[in-house]
Structure formats: C-alpha cells, structure tokens
Design a protein around this ligand. Structure first.
Ligand code: CA
Length: 226
C-alpha cells in the first residue's frame, strides 16, 4: 500500500516509516500539518493516510476536513495522544474512518490498516445469483432454491469469488489472493479443500454441478447454477 504518515514526533514517525516499509508498504512522511496537508491533497493517491491529531500547523482533524471537503475518499486513520472522548469525536467528526490512541502496538496498527484498505476496496455489497443458487455475502447467507445452506466464512469467500465471475475460469492463486488475509506462502492447492466441501453442501445434495473444474487453472461457476 501507499501510505502517507503525518506525525511530528520524530521517533514515532521514524519507527512508523521503518515498520511499515518492512511490511512492504511505500511510506511518505510529513512532519508538520502544512506539509501533511500539501501531500494529502496533492501527493496521492494514497491507499491510507495516517494523521496525528496534534500537529504544528493544521492538525489532523483540519487536514481530514479539507480532504473530505474536496471529496477525497482516502481512508484516514487518526492517531491521538490523549484518550479523551473529545479527541476521538473530533477525529471522527472530521471524517476519519478510524482512530488509534498512542501508544499503540504495531500489530494493532497493521490490522487496522488492513481493515481500512479492505473496506475501501470492497465493492458495493450485492446479492450474487447463479440459477437458484443465491449468495448474500453481506448477510453471510446462502441458499439453493428454498433450502438454506450453512457455509463457513472461508467457504463463503471462495464461493463469492467464483459467483462474482460467472462462467469465467478463476485461478486458484487468484482465489487465494482474494479470500485469504495473508495468502503469502500458502499453497494455492488449499483452495481444493474448500471447493470440495462447497460441492458437498451446494451441489451434491441437490444432484447439481455448479463449480466446474478447469484443468490446470482453477474453477468456473456455471452461470445457471449447475
Ligand atoms: Ca503530535
């Protein structure tokens, strides 16, 4: 991800830069509100902007307000030194998506950043349909005709990935990248396990074949639901 960090505390700014760079992110650093505002408005696009609330020059809330006034939808994570309700409300009122109170652990920061990026990248939730097979990813519900089908979160993710591309071959690696949070280093063949259990739930009991194997590649959802 491309991340803008606006933080005036030298040691925190440096450790954020190092830590996030080590995670493979591209980090740009601004050490005061003026530079932060300039980069936020003209240096992007960024995937996420980290704003300290208290800065020399315009503070994090002011920067965020300007971004939102210009209809910039970039996810903003506000960093606040004080844990008063007031600060939190200031940040969120300004249009920040989330906030983190200092001191915070790097693990928590990383998790929040991933969640923000995922939310931003997620398309509008829609109900997916292939014939009489219906999947509502938001409500996490699946049914075949009148029959409700219980799916695990992972099965649901794999099925959604295929149903979003009806009739098209989807590589196991692409399914892995889309559905797994940390796909790096995982054998894409793990996807076979979930496809197999999906077939036992959505196809076999109904005598249908909706998830077709594309040899040497991956899988394809029959647009008519099999
Ligand atoms: Ca500060």
């Amino acid at each position: 991800m491309r991340i803008l960090v606006v933080e005036d505390e030298q040691s925190l700014a440096e450790s954020l830069r190092q830590g996030l760079s080590a995670e493979g992110h591209h980090v740009e650093l601004a050490r005061d509100g003026h530079r932060g505002l300039e980069l936020a408005l003209t240096g992007g696009p960024y995937d996420v902007v980290l704003l300290d609330l208290m800065l020399p020059g315009p503070g994090g809330a002011a920067i965020c307000t300007r971004m939102r006034a210009l209809a910039d939808p970039t996810p903003v994570l506000m960093l606040t030194a004080k844990d008063g309700e007031h600060d939190e409300a200031d940040g969120l009122d300004a249009g920040a998506d989330d906030y983190l109170t200092k001191p915070f652990s790097f693990v928590v920061l990383n998790a929040r950043l991933r969640a923000l990026a995922r939310r931003a990248a997620a398309p509008e939730p829609t109900v997916l349909q292939a014939g009489d097979l219906v999947l509502d990813p938001q409500d996490r519900r699946c049914r075949r005709g009148p029959h409700d089908i219980e799916l695990t979160a992972r099965e649901l993710g794999v099925l959604a990935c295929l149903m979003e591309r009806p009739g098209r071959a989807v590589a196991k690696q692409d399914i892995l990248d889309e559905v797994w949070d940390a796909p790096h280093g995982i054998d894409p063949n793990i996807v076979e396990v979930y496809v197999s259990s999906l077939r036992k739930k959505i196809d076999a009991p109904f005598g249908r074949r909706s998830i077709l194997t594309v040899h040497g590649t991956g899988y394809r959802m029959a647009p008519d639901g099999g």
